[in-house]
Design a protein around this ligand. Structure first.
Ligand code: DC
Length: 238
C-alpha cells in the first residue's frame, strides 16, 4: 500500500487531538500529538525557574533536554529525563509556556527533527500547527480543523476545570485568543491553512460527526484504506 501520512492542523481547542486519535485508531496507524512535545519543553523551562524571555538559557536547556515519546494503549505520553509527564503538561500555564517556547528557532528545530524522524518509518496521523505546511509538506492528507472561539473555549473549559477549578469561560477564551494570535503571527512555521489543506469547521458537530467527516475525506482519496469493522473493532462505525 502507498504511504499515508495525515497532517491535522488548526488552532487550540478545535478538537484536533480527539479527532486525530480516533482517525488513527480507525485506520490502524500511529498518532503523534506534536503540541505535547512543545508543552513538555515549556514545562522543563518552567521547572528551571526560567522566563520565556530567557532565550539563551532556554537554548542551553534544549541542548541537553532528554525528551522521548512513549506510545502505549492509552495513546501517547511524553517522558522528560525518564519521567512520564501525563497531565502535568495540560495546565493553562503549560499551554502559555508551550506557545512561548515554540516561537524559538532552537526549540522548533529540535522538535521538528524528532517529529520527522518519528514519521519516517511509519504511516501516522500527526496533529499540530505546522504539520502540513512545514513538518511534512509532502503529507498525503492535510486537514485544517477549525471551530469558533466560543465553542473552542467551551470544550477547553471542560478539560481544564479538573486541573484548574478557577478557570472560567472568559479566562479560557482569552488564553485561546492570545495563543491563536501568537501561534499565527510568529515568524517561523506559523499556524496556517494552506491551499492544500481540506478545511473542516467542527463548531456545530460532535466528535463522532467530525471523525466521520475526516474519515470520509480520507477514504475518498485513498479507498484502499477502508477497513472492515472486524479489523477496527467498530472504530469506523461512528
Ligand atoms: O496543540 P496544543 O494546544 O497542545 O499546542 C500547544 C502549543 O504548542 C501551541 O500553542 C503552539 C505550539 N505548537 C506548535 O508551535 N507547533 C505544533 N506543531 C504544535 C504545537
Amino acid at each position: 500500500m502507498k504511504r499515508l501520512r495525515i497532517a491535522i492542523d488548526g488552532p487550540g481547542g478545535a478538537g484536533k487531538s480527539t479527532i486525530a486519535r480516533r482517525v488513527a485508531r480507525a485506520l490502524g496507524i500511529a498518532y503523534l500529538d506534536t503540541g505535547a512535545m512543545y508543552r513538555a519543553a515549556g514545562l522543563a523551562a518552567a521547572r528551571q525557574g526560567l522566563e520565556p524571555q530567557d532565550e539563551a538559557e532556554i537554548e542551553a536547556l534544549l541542548e541537553t533536554l532528554d525528551l522521548t515519546v512513549v506510545f502505549d494503549e492509552e495513546g501517547q505520553d511524553i517522558c522528560l529525563d525518564g519521567e512520564r509527564l501525563g497531565d502535568q503538561i495540560r495546565t493553562p500555564e503549560a499551554s502559555r509556556w508551550a506557545s512561548d517556547i515554540s516561537r524559538l528557532p532552537a526549540c522548533r528545530h529540535k522538535m521538528v527533527a524528532l517529529q520527522r524522524r518519528l514519521a519516517s518509518g511509519q504511516d501516522l496521523v500527526m496533529d499540530g500547527r505546522d504539520i502540513g505546511s512545514y513538518v511534512l509538506p509532502d503529507a498525503e492528507i492535510k486537514i485544517y480543523l477549525d471551530a469558533s472561539l466560543e465553542e473552542r473555549a467551551r470544550r477547553r473549559l471542560k478539560q481544564e476545570r479538573e486541573l484548574d477549578p478557577q478557570a472560567t469561560l472568559e479566562s479560557v477564551a482569552r488564553d485561546l485568543a492570545w495563543r491563536d494570535r501568537q501561534d499565527s503571527e510568529r515568524e517561523l512555521a506559523p499556524l496556517v491553512c494552506t491551499p492544500e489543506h481540506h478545511r473542516l469547521d467542527s463548531t456545530a458537530n460532535t466528535a463522532d460527526e467530525t471523525t466521520a467527516a475526516v474519515l470520509a475525506w480520507i477514504y475518498s482519496q485513498y479507498p484502499e484504506r477502508i477497513r472492515s469493522d472486524q479489523e477496527t473493532g467498530g472504530a469506523n462505525g461512528g
